[in-house]
Design a protein around this ligand. Structure first.
Ligand SMILES: NC(=O)c1ccc[n+]([C@@H]2O[C@H](COP(=O)([O-])OP(=O)(O)OC[C@H]3O[C@@H](n4cnc5c(N)ncnc54)[C@H](O)[C@@H]3O)[C@@H](O)[C@H]2O)c1
Length: 351
């Protein structure tokens, strides 16, 4: 591969303990000829010493702003508000192509500095399938939280944990109940089904075929439902307000892993805001009760496992970092987003 200088940045969000590249994969990149600079980060689940031990250079948190211009800055979540102009290539989840709040502003910062966004959500293979994703652990955690809440053993605020501890809680004796996973064949859906099995349950699994002619009565007859679909075109909602008001409803706990609230693609337009680690559960109806869990950063609750899986996929792509293939598609998507918003891009010089 051409020499790549990757700069792994500290995450500004204090609850974000994940990392896109774990130390063992950092070693693979260095063995493959890359240079890796890793910023110190108090909350990252892997200590800086583990990166140093495999040959990474160490830098101060936030020092990417003065990194060499050819460095590719790697992170997961949002950038800090400063600097106003971005000169580097950045790999992270920008959430900037679906008109999300702040999206245009972010793209303008790139355009002003001549930098480029290589958005991890758009790192896809020739068939459009995501090459690195956190979905499995999102589904696993969503279903786990739903089980614990349904059994009365969920404690707030939520804190990052380990899989061993989580599984121990799931396996504690508790009542059996019926659970439904929608989007069951996807990454999150698989994770949800595995967690439910760990809890001793045998969930009903629905995907596209089962929702084509949606049986809402059957849906409402489950005690717990986990929504893990990735809708790409608007479809009729799985639940409407009148379903929640149905006195015969058996459904008591609804976990929306998808969290498309506010989007035209939302299949659960029965709530208007997500929940979070501090208040993970919100009551949607009193009688019969119905509780909602809709947390949009679930994998961060298992930072070690989710980072390790994600990194194992991403490192394969980074070993082939080049302008063609998946990274070329990422770059094309960035150019397209700028064009759609009428943003003139600055020229990028990486030398
Ligand atoms: N809450 C979080 O922290 C978190 C984290 C990661 C991902 N997510 C979200 O979870 C969702 C699922 O992600 P994924 O990686 O599992 O996606 P995926 O593409 O792997 O799976 C989605 C599944 O939904 C199914 N599906 C699509 N439309 C459907 C329909 N109408 N009826 C039934 N099934 C349908 C697909 O066939 C597929 O099996 C996405 O919206 C993603 O953004 C949330």
């Amino acid at each position: 591969m051409t020499e790549l200088h990757l700069w792994l940045r500290h995450e500004v969000r204090s609850t974000e303990r994940r990392t896109p590249i774990v130390p063992s994969d950092a070693r693979r990149l260095i063995d493959g000829g890359a240079v890796l600079t890793v910023e110190e980060s108090p909350q990252r689940i892997f200590p800086i010493e583990e990166y140093e031990a495999v040959g990474c250079r160490v830098a101060a948190p936030g020092s990417w702003v003065s990194a060499p211009k050819d460095a590719v800055v790697l992170g997961l979540k949002e950038l800090p508000d400063d600097p106003g102009t971005l000169i580097h290539r950045h790999i992270f989840f920008g959430h900037a192509y679906k008109r999300q709040p702040g999206a245009e502003e972010l793209l303008r910062r790139f355009a002003a500095g001549g930098g480029r966004l290589l958005d991890l959500e758009y790192l896809v293979d020739d068939d459009g399938r995501r090459l690195a994703a956190f979905g499995f652990w999102a589904g696993y955690l969503g279903a786990a939280l739903a089980v614990l809440h349904h059994r009365g053993s969920l404690r707030a605020p939520l804190r990052p944990t380990s899989k061993e501890q989580l599984d121990e809680a799931l396996q504690a004796p508790g009542e059996a109940f019926t659970a439904l996973v929608i989007g069951a064949l996807g990454r999150s859906g698989r994770g949800a089904r595995v967690a439910l099995h760990v809890a001793g349950l045998d969930p009903t699994a629905w995907d596209l075929a089962e929702t084509r002619d949606l049986d809402r009565r059957a849906l409402l007859d489950h005690d717990v439902m986990v929504n893990a679909v990735l809708a790409t075109t608007p479809i009729p909602p799985f639940l409407r307000d009148e379903d929640l008001d149905d006195p015969a409803r058996r459904l008591r706990t609804l976990c929306d892993v998808t969290c498309d609230v506010g989007s035209p693609l939302n299949v659960l337009p029965v709530y208007d805001r997500v929940t979070d680690w501090t208040d993970p559960v919100r009551r949607l109806r009193k009688e019969p009760p119905l509780d909602l869990i809709a947390i949009d950063n679930l994998p961060s609750l298992l930072p070690r496992e989710s980072s390790t899986d994600f990194s194992a996929s991403l490192v394969l792509q980074l070993l082939e970092f080049e302008t063609g293939g998946p990274w070329g598609r990422c770059l094309d998507r960035f150019h397209q987003a700028c064009r759609e918003l009428g943003i003139a891009e600055g020229e990028f010089h990486d030398a």
